[in-house]
Design a protein around this ligand. Structure first.
Ligand SMILES: [Fe+2]
Ligand SMILES: [Fe+2]
Ligand SMILES: [Fe+2]
Length: 473
């Protein structure tokens, strides 16, 4: 029985691999069938055009364009997060990036079911030029207004037109995906309308935004609209109204002017009033926003990685935002004004080595955080603070996922940078590098002692752990 199944399975694999060959083969026994016919995607293409329905080739063209444009857009959005001088924007944009990635996954799955579809998600040269110019705005007011009110709104209309052009039976699987995506794109634009209200309440900013939006409309016309099939203007390309344009994934990040920053975790209660108490864990959650700019720059900068990598990275970034926002919410509930009462660790500078940075975040910082985060759950319950206990539990749940992402993607990133060592070795050298660079206040350690500690994950995590006191609420 099992041998029979195996043979059937083996035959199925062979047949699957040969589908293309069968499709293009001659079928001499069928009367009237022309010999040497063309591939499915190319049938009749040389002949009559303008059918009142969408042919398979049309879907392939549309989906390919949507995928490469949307991927270029979500990368650009990620690259702009560090230019947003606003805690709220930095911690809300990654949710939209995650949504965009889910849309891309849906479109890409449908695309891969069609014949003749490529597998690439990178933007074409024409789109690259469009994206470069779209990303050279003066500030986040202009960039986000152009992005949501011009590009995304035009995209929304194009998706609706596409949906209406689909046949309810022929194209039902495509319709299903579009129906899921369209309302979320509409909600994104509504979100931007609220989030960017302040841009409209300042006269000078409002004027600059208006000029930038009209420039973005001209850029869209230049590429023939979302699908590239609209007539392009004969006029020369528009000139950018930006005076001192910023770039995506900048070397220096812009923080929220309402927050006070420092280059370390708090040393005393002046810097964080909950220092050396159990509630410091809530503050630790609130600080997690500081990883967002770095993760976004990685999202923008990482090339030639599979779609799943960007999906995981968007989820990771969104989680850091959720953790920070739940930390801020709890600090407020505990009677603090987080921006007034606390200082915030922030390194607003782009890293030189993405692979090492990502490896250190996931395989050291996040992997070591479980003892303290999970360890805080019981003490919180003991002190009657069930809400903070719940928060720590949720945090651990997500951080576990991030360590999984690290295990999966860090070796892939390292390989891309020419480092073929297995994960275990990569992580040991991250620990060695990290511990050698540290000063230990309590005791003086020789380099040999430090290197010995780095050989064990537990010893390493114990050595680098924060000073904490869970006996004091
Ligand atoms: Fe985190
Ligand atoms: Fe977290
Ligand atoms: Fe994390």
């Amino acid at each position: 029985m099992s041998t029979h199944t195996t043979q059937t399975e083996a035959r199925a694999v062979v047949e699957f691999d040969q589908i293309n060959e069968f499709e293009q083969a001659e079928h001499p026994t069928i009367k009237g069938l022309p010999r040497g016919r063309q591939s499915m995607g190319a049938t009749l293409l040389g002949g009559e055009q303008g059918f009142p329905w969408l042919r398979v080739r049309d879907h392939v063209d549309r989906l390919a364009r949507l995928i490469s444009l949307n991927f270029g857009l979500v990368r650009l959005l990620a690259g702009w997060a560090p230019n947003c001088a606003s805690y709220d924007l930095k911690t809300e944009l990654p949710r939209l990036m995650y949504e965009d990635m889910r849309h891309l996954v849906r479109l890409n799955e449908r695309f891969n079911q069609l014949p003749g579809s490529g597998r690439g998600i990178e933007a074409s040269d024409e789109l690259k030029d469009f994206l470069n110019r779209l990303g050279a705005a003066d500030d986040h007011h202009c960039f986000l207004a152009g992005f949501y009110f011009e590009v995304k709104r035009t995209l929304l209309i194009a998706l609706e037109d596409y949906l209406h052009a689909c046949d309810p039976l022929y194209d039902a699987p495509t319709i299903y995906e579009l129906r899921g995506i369209i309302p979320e794109v509409r909600e994104q634009i509504d979100w931007a309308n609220t989030a960017l209200l302040e841009s409209r309440l300042d006269l000078a900013t409002g004027r600059r935004v208006r000029e930038w939006r009209s420039y973005v409309r001209a850029l869209l016309a230049e590429i023939g609209g979302i699908f590239g099939n609209e007539p392009r203007p004969a006029a020369p390309p528009p000139v950018s109204p930006a005076c001192a344009p910023l770039q995506p994934a900048p070397e220096h990040f812009i923080g929220d002017p309402q927050m006070q920053y420092m280059d370390h975790f708090p040393f005393d209660q002046e810097e964080a009033p909950v220092h050396l108490t159990l509630r410091e864990i809530v503050y630790h959650n609130a600080t997690e926003w500081a990883a967002v700019d770095h993760l976004c720059v990685l999202f923008f900068g990482a090339r030639n990685m599979p779609l799943e990598f960007y999906l995981d990275l968007a989820r990771h970034t969104w989680d850091e935002c959720r953790h920070s926002r739940m930390g801020m919410r709890r600090l407020r509930e505990l009677g603090f004004d987080p921006f007034r009462d606390f200082k915030w660790p922030y390194h607003p500078k782009r890293t030189q080595d993405f692979a090492e940075w990502f490896g250190s975040l996931t395989m050291l910082a996040e992997a070591c955080s479980f003892t303290r985060k999970h360890g805080s759950v019981e003490p919180f319950y003991r002190f009657g603070d069930a809400l903070s206990a719940q928060q720590s539990e949720i945090d651990c749940l997500d951080e576990r996922l991030h360590v999984t992402f690290g295990r999966h993607w860090y070796p892939v990133m390292a390989r891309q940078a020419g480092d073929n060592r297995p994960l275990r070795e990569l992580v040991t050298s991250l620990r060695e590098k990290s511990i050698l660079a540290r000063q230990f206040r309590a005791e003086e350690l020789t380099d040999a002692e430090k290197l010995a500690i780095a050989q064990s994950a537990t010893a390493f995590c114990n050595a680098i752990e924060f000073d904490l006191d869970f006996t004091v609420y």
